[in-house]
Design a binder for this molecule. Structure first.
Ligand code: GLN
Length: 310
């Protein structure tokens, strides 16, 4: 069997192995997310030569939610620079849930750009330009990472905007903590819209592959962000991408990753591949149960752990 067939075979085998598993719960604090099909399950991998491998529901649309965070972080790093972003958002694992109402003691910054507090501030750091308001720039970047024009699921957006007071509270907390060059309270509504951008597992795998490929989309050839930015984002995904389960994830799976409450999950093998899964049944940390198991099994099977010495 050649290497390409081995990848497709592995994805199909994992799909078969975990498709029947019904553990976990649909997110329901954003009411529209509770309407997802609990049986949906897809796995996709994009290689650095842009080849697509997939199994299951890889073209089913769902909202990107927190998987948007590393990409908007990449945008703010590209526009504002690492040092300036770092003045306002930390790069330390928080050891807390994604929606924790907390800031770093001492600095008053959000701990990192992967938790909600840091993501709201990261979004706020993307400035409007004369030609493009902040959200249009974000949508354009997410689309370039995915290699196609993405759009917004207006129903999910409206649902989160109606119920998003915890994130609004976080925005006010951030603003109260000290002088900022931007207004997180205004930006939290943009953050809701960014979370409601519609993607598929194939899109997310392409987005992850773009980070793995030094910021160049391996399918379209588009240089979306500079290589150092891609490396910085992968570093923060490795330490903080899975929130309070980040240490255990790095220990066992060994890849930079990011989860989202609609059931998307990405992982990146630097200079090797981008991976994504979609399955909306979540564990208590807000990570897809089937996705977590499938990526863990894939890492073990192909020795993908970054600390591994083959
Ligand atoms: N939009 C969601 C929120 O802010 C995203 C959370 C997530 O995917 N972990 O609550």
């Amino acid at each position: 069997m050649n290497a390409a067939d081995a990848v497709t075979d592995a994805l199909c085998e994992l799909h078969t192995r975990f498709a029947g598993l019904r553990d976990g719960r649909l997110a329901d604090y954003i009411p529209q997310l509770a309407l997802a099909d609990p049986d949906a399950f897809g796995l996709a991998l994009i290689s650095m030569d842009g080849h697509r491998y997939s199994a299951g529901d890889v073209e089913v649309p769902f909202t990107v939610q927190s998987v948007s965070k590393p990409f908007v972080y990449a945008l703010s790093l590209s526009v504002v620079g690492l040092d300036e972003v770092g003045r306002w958002v930390g790069a330390e694992p928080s050891g807390e849930a994604f929606n924790a109402i907390s800031l770093e003691p001492g600095t008053g910054r959000p701990a990192n750009a992967m938790v909600n507090a840091g993501a709201i501030l990261t979004t706020a750091l993307v400035p409007d330009t004369r030609h493009a308001p902040r959200f249009d720039r974000i949508l354009d970047y997410l689309s370039r990472f995915a290699g196609r024009q993405l759009d917004v699921d207006e129903q999910v957006y409206a649902s989160e905007a109606l119920t998003g007071d915890r994130n609004r509270a976080l925005a006010y907390l951030i603003r109260s903590a000290g002088p900022l060059p931007v207004d997180p309270v205004a930006a939290v509504e943009t953050y809701f819209r960014q979370c409601a951008v519609r993607v598929t597992a194939l899109d997310l795998a392409t987005m992850a592959a773009t980070l793995a490929n030094g910021g160049v989309n391996p399918v379209t050839g588009d240089a979306v962000v500079p290589e150092p930015v891609a490396a910085h984002v992968l570093a923060v995904m490795a330490t903080c991408g899975m929130y309070d389960a980040s240490g255990d994830w790095l220990l066992r799976v060994g890849l930079p990753a990011k989860s989202g409450v609609s059931g998307g999950l990405i992982a990146a093998g630097p200079a090797r591949f981008g991976l994504a899964t979609y399955s909306p049944l979540l564990n208590p940390a807000g990570t897809s149960v089937r996705g977590h198991l499938a990526l863990g099994a894939l890492s073990e099977r192909f020795g993908l752990h970054l600390m591994h010495n083959p």
